[in-house]
Each structure stands twice: as C-alpha cells, then as structure tokens.
Design a protein around this ligand. Structure first.
Ligand code: TRP
Length: 468
C-alpha cells in the first residue's frame, strides 16, 4: 500500500497539506466558540485545561489521524476497514468511520447556521449599521437577526450552497488557493483588533480573565444554604474544554484523516501536526484577547453565550477609525475561515460515496449538503420558534444538544478509538514506518498515544458524569 495515491487526488505539496488542515482547524471554533465557552466557564482555569488537552490529547491524536489516513488512502470508513485487515483486527473498526460521518453531518448542520450569522454581519457591516453603535444597540441588532428564522434559513442556505460548490470541485481547485491568502489576512486583522482592545478596552482585566486560572471559580459550584456556604465539584467544564480541543483541531471524526489521505508520502507528519496545533491555538487566544477587554470595558456579560462575538466586536468596530471597512473585512474573513472548515466536515462522507457508489463528486456533494441543510433547520429554529422552555431538554435547546452530543461526546469517543487503534491495534512497524520520526520522538508519541491520551479522555468522561 506504500506508494498508492488516493483516487481523490493529492495535495500538491506538504505546505498545501498544512494550509488545508489549518484551514479546517481554524474556523468558527476559534473565533466564535472558544471565547463564548471560555466566558461561560469562568475563564483562566478553563483555558488552562483546554491548553493541556491540546498538548496531551489533541496533538498525539492529530498525528495518529493523519497517519491512519495517509496509510489507508481512502475515505475514513474504507481506510479503517483496510487498516483493520492489515492489522488482522476485526472489521468492526469500520464503525469508527461511520461515527465520524454521522458527527460530520450533525456538526455541519449547525456550523452552517452560525456561519450564516457571519454572512449577515458582513452585510450589516458594509451598510454601516455598526457605526457608533452602543452595547444595547448591538444586542438588539443581534436579537433581531436570530429571532427571525426566515433570515437565518436564507443565510444558512447560502452558506451550504457555497460549501457544496467547493466540495464538488475537489481537493485541488479553489480550496488550495483560497487558504493561502485568507489565513494570513485573518491573522493580521485579529492583531489589529487586539491592538484596539489593548488601547481602549480593559485589557488587563481581559488578560487576567483568560490567563489567571482560578480553579475554585470554574470547577466548584457554591451555594449558600442557611448562611453556610457549600461547594461541590462540577466536571462539566472539564468535558467542555476537552471536547473543544477536539472540535477546534477538527479531530475525532475523520476530517483530518481524510485530509491526511491526500498527503504526499514523504512529508513529516509530526512537524505538520505541531504547526497546525500552534497556529490554531494562537488564533483562538488572539480572539480571546480581542474580545474580553471589550466585554469588560462595556460591562457586558462574559457568559452571554453563542452571541458573544456578535455582541462585542461590532462595538469596537463602530468606534474605531475605518471601522466600517475593518468590520466588513473581519466578518468576510470569518466567513472564509468557516468555509474552509465546513468543507472538511463533509469530505469524509463525500469521499465514501464516491468510492462506494461510484457517483460523481458533484452528486455526492449535493446529496450530503442537502442532508446537512435539512438537519440545520433544527438549529435555525432553536434560536426563535423553538427557543422556549417547552422545547428544551436538560435546559438545552436543540442546537445546544447537538453541539454537546457532537463536540463533547462523539468527537472524544472517536478520538479515544483512534488512539486505541493507532497505539494498540496497528503494529509498531506500521506506525513507525508511516510516522518516520527519530527514535526518541517515536517512543514518546507511542507512549502518549497508548497510555496518556486514552487515560485522559476516560478520566474526563468519568469525572464529568460524576463517577470519580
Ligand atoms: N475545527 C473547525 C473550527 O474550529 C471546525 C471543524 C472543521 C471540525 N472540521 C471539523 C470540528 C471536524 C470537528 C471535526 O471551527
């Protein structure tokens, strides 16, 4: 299997793999989700757990996923089937591929709705809606958008069509070229925003919120009962932090695996993975540094939820010189970042359809896009028609539930299985041959993927459900 190329094509260079995989990793997860869940979960201690998860769980699993993909050279489902045969293991490992395909559909369904918000904000920014806007103003603009399901549906539809157009064209065209320019541009714009926050926001307070861990605030819920305070440990932030490490690095559902299957044989997997993880983390932290100083300067609530960036950044843009231009550019780049992520969510399913049913990429993309679009209607309605308590389960809307199910359960579970497969099922020779690291590096990776990573995932699960 060594020299096989994938039938779906191949990246033109190692750099293209790194760019495409960072295009997948850097997205709404970094700029929209990271700040809002950090705000909801009390800041610093949460960020610290998240960073630990990136290093101990995310990075080793990313290497494993790329490795499996490059060795199998097919969609995750068929890759897992082949690699299981190679290792003389059960064909049940195919199910790992299926788990990923299902998770991809669900994530894309709500991802597209949120990306739709970003498109709506491009239009509002360009129209000058945010010029000198107040905190109240920006809140009612956001409320009017998400309260109107017809508008949300229209933007969701537009984003899904955009994504399917790129997926239909395949690996080389469009995709490769787009990331090369857009990613650096996004980084520059984030730096401008951090600069603004530094000069005008409550920067110190925002910085402390992100980087001064206070474990008692995050992991202990305290109540005062009859004058006496009683605190109990709560594991959910732990699970959310770990789940987000998977989400932000695009791990656990075969997206990175399928991108790895288009990677040239010669490239170093470890080097590429480290680069991607660093870039992804830098973007998320910059987004946090841009947002929280503005949150505190305007006395907004850090725990405002999914609307956080849409209710804070426009205030900054509205007040800065050239803000209309910068705002438009920023939300445009956010849409692009979401775009390059969305295509990776559906690629495993499309690749499988092309292999299995021998349908064209175009048909496969339309079928998958339509399915995810239909599912997305549930998320569209979660913010308006179905937002009431009578439509909630465990205090969560359908959108919250889908997000929790995928990011905090399906992805870590997929990642756990990937770690077990790469560390225990696959032969040492096969993984060493594919990773081609020096001895010390390989030994370290193997130790972490066999013991540390699975243990960490299982412990977090157990802690979160209160068993430990
Ligand atoms: N990582 C992307 C983000 O942070 C989202 C994403 C793309 C994703 N592909 C994925 C998440 C695969 C989980 C699995 O926005």
């Amino acid at each position: 299997m060594a020299e096989n190329r994938s039938i779906h094509g191949q990246w033109s260079s190692r750099l293209m793999f790194v760019l495409a995989a960072s295009g997948s990793a850097v997205g709404l997860g970094n700029i929209w989700k990271f700040p809002y869940i950090t705000g909801e979960n009390g800041g610093g201690a949460f960020v610290l757990v998240y960073l630990a998860c990136i290093a101990l769980v995310g990075l080793p699993i990313m290497m494993a996923e790329v490795m499996l993909g490059r060795r199998g050279r097919q969609s995750p489902i068929n890759t897992m089937a082949d690699l299981a045969s190679e290792a003389k293991a059960s064909q049940i490992w195919r199910l790992l591929g299926w788990l990923g395909v299902v998770a991809g559909f669900i994530i894309l369904s709500y991802y597209s709705v949120i990306a739709g918000w970003a498109i709506a904000y491009v239009v509002r920014s360009a129209a000058g809606t945010f010029t000198n806007v107040t905190a109240d103003g920006v809140e009612s603009i956001f409320g009017a958008l998400v309260g109107d399901w017809e508008r949300l549906l229209a933007w969701h539809t537009l984003f899904m069509v955009m994504s399917m157009l790129v997926v239909a064209r395949g690996v080389h065209h469009g995709l490769e070229k787009a990331v090369r320019v857009l990613m650096p541009a996004l980084l520059v714009l984030l730096l401008i925003l951090v600069g603004y926050a530094f000069n005008t926001g409550h920067f110190q307070q925002g910085f402390d919120f992100l980087f001064k861990p206070d474990f008692s605030k995050v992991f202990y819920q305290c109540e005062t009962i009859a004058g006496a305070q009683s605190c109990s440990f709560t594991g959910e932030p732990l699970l959310v932090a770990m789940g987000h490490a998977f989400f932000t690095l695009s791990l656990g559902m075969g997206a990175i695996m399928v991108y790895g299957s288009y990677m040239p044989r010669k490239s170093s997997i470890a080097g590429a993975s480290i680069l991607i993880a660093i870039m992804d983390t830098v973007v998320a932290l910059l987004a946090g540094l841009a947002i929280f100083p503005i949150v505190f300067a305007n006395e907004l609530a850090p725990g405002a939820g999914p609307g956080l960036i849409f209710q804070t950044l426009p205030i900054a843009f509205g007040a800065m010189p050239g803000g209309r231009f910068f705002a438009t550019l920023f939300f445009l780049l956010l849409v692009f970042a979401a775009w390059t992520s969305a295509i990776s969510l559906i690629e495993p399913a499309v690749a499988w359809l092309v292999e299995k049913r021998q349908v064209s990429r175009t048909r496969a993309s339309i079928a998958c896009g339509f399915t995810a679009w239909l599912l997305g209607i549930g998320t569209v309605l979660s913010f308006n028609v179905w937002s009431g308590e009578e439509y909630q389960l465990f205090g969560k809307t359908l959108f919250d539930l889908l997000d929790f199910l995928t990011a905090n359960i399906m992805l870590p579970l997929g990642g756990l299985l990937i770690a077990i497969f790469a560390g225990w099922v696959m032969t040492r020779q096969a993984s060493a041959d594919e990773l081609r690291m020096n001895n010390a590096g390989y030994a370290a990776w193997r130790f972490v993927i066999r013991y540390i990573t699975p243990l960490a995932v299982v412990l977090v699960f157990l802690k979160a459900i209160g068993v430990l």
